[in-house]
Design a protein around this ligand. Structure first.
Ligand SMILES: C[S@@+](CC[C@H](N)C(=O)[O-])C[C@H]1O[C@@H](n2cnc3c(N)ncnc32)[C@H](O)[C@@H]1O
Length: 301
């Protein structure tokens, strides 16, 4: 099993440790099982339900967690259905809920999954893939979507300044018989569309935001998160905590606003009031953590 550094692990363990009666945890994003195994290790009385919509992630997580059997259950579902836990026998509320959003290293490093702008692979990006695959791949979306829809996706989900120019370039290429089936082809086209000085000014890979936007659209990530937050509020026990680690401002904004709404409704409080970011040491050791923001909501007792 590969070495794996779960993001803001110390902070997550501390937040779980503050919950008075910590019996049941839900890891909504098992991934490689890094946070989940650390939680099970640190709190020997804990039972953990873990969701992941990606079969490979579930397999990897189950292997990492095997030594804690039977203190966990892996659930093959989208976390938007988190409230369905209430229908499970013996479930009496979650004392700690964790979301570590986005893609896992496993998904990013496997070119075949199509998430990476650095390695050439099929333009897929569906978190459910192989025999589980449903819905449109990124390639299908790029073939079908109108100029307006593409612009909106790139602007809203990628916060890409050149959303319109890139969408226009893609549609024009399509009209001239061009096809985008590989990640490398999309990267090459974005590079062709954007003038060199613009690319130099962008700081970072010119296709990074386009890949992020397509991933969010293909996996309906914003709606899934919105439903999941509502579901989490329903199943959180009194005195329990929900912790969300997000990696881009869209997600973080949604989490911040939802937590504030819960607070205004008298359901509990944000603790701490502001987002927590990784230490300089962590960022130096794990580059992926650089954009992470952690927000924690504690439900009233
Ligand atoms: C950043 S990784 C989690 C890493 C994990 N915390 C660890 O320490 O190994 C995010 C995981 O969430 C999963 N995921 C993303 N959106 C999801 C959703 N809507 N429902 C279920 N799983 C989801 C992805 O498949 C991925 O495996």
């Amino acid at each position: 099993m590969k070495e794996h550094f779960p993001v803001m692990l110390k902070e997550i363990l501390a937040a779980a440790g503050e919950v008075k009666e910590l019996r049941t945890a839900v890891d909504a994003t098992l991934g490689l099982g890094g946070h989940a195994s650390a939680l099970l290790e640190a709190f020997p009385q804990l039972f953990l339900y873990g969701f992941d919509r990606d079969a490979e992630a579930r397999e990897e997580a189950a292997a990492r967690l095997a030594k804690f059997s039977p203190r966990f259950e892996v659930i093959a579902d989208n976390f938007r259905n988190i409230a369905s836990l209430r229908e499970m026998e013996g479930f009496r509320g979650a004392d700690f809920i964790l979301f570590d959003l986005g893609v896992s290293n496993l998904q990013l490093t496997e070119a075949e999954r199509g998430f990476s702008f650095q390695n050439d692979g099929p333009l897929d990006m569906r978190m459910e893939h192989g025999s589980d695959a449903s819905g449109e791949s990124a390639a299908d979306l790029l073939k079908r979507a109108s100029l307006q829809e593409l612009t909106k996706i790139f602007r809203e989900y990628g916060e890409e300044r050149y959303a319109y120019e890139i969408a226009k370039g893609i549609v024009r290429d399509r009209e001239h018989g061009g096809e985008l089936n590989r990640t490398g082809e999309l990267v090459a086209l974005v590079r062709k569309i954007l003038p060199a000085p613009v690319q130099r000014r962008m700081g970072g890979h010119p296709a990074r935001k386009i890949f992020q936007a397509l991933r969010i659209a293909v996996n309906d990530e914003m709606d899934a998160l919105s439903e999941a937050l509502d579901g989490a509020a329903e199943i959180l026990s009194p005195g329990g905590a929900a912790a969300v680690i997000s990696y881009h401002s869209l997600e973080d904004r949604m989490v911040k606003l939802r937590f504030r709404k819960w607070k205004d409704e008298g359901k509990g409080e944000l603790r701490p009031r502001k987002a927590v970011i990784p230490s300089e040491d962590e960022i130096a050791n794990n580059y992926k953590s650089r954009s992470a923001k952690l927000r924690i909501f504690v439900k009233s007792e």
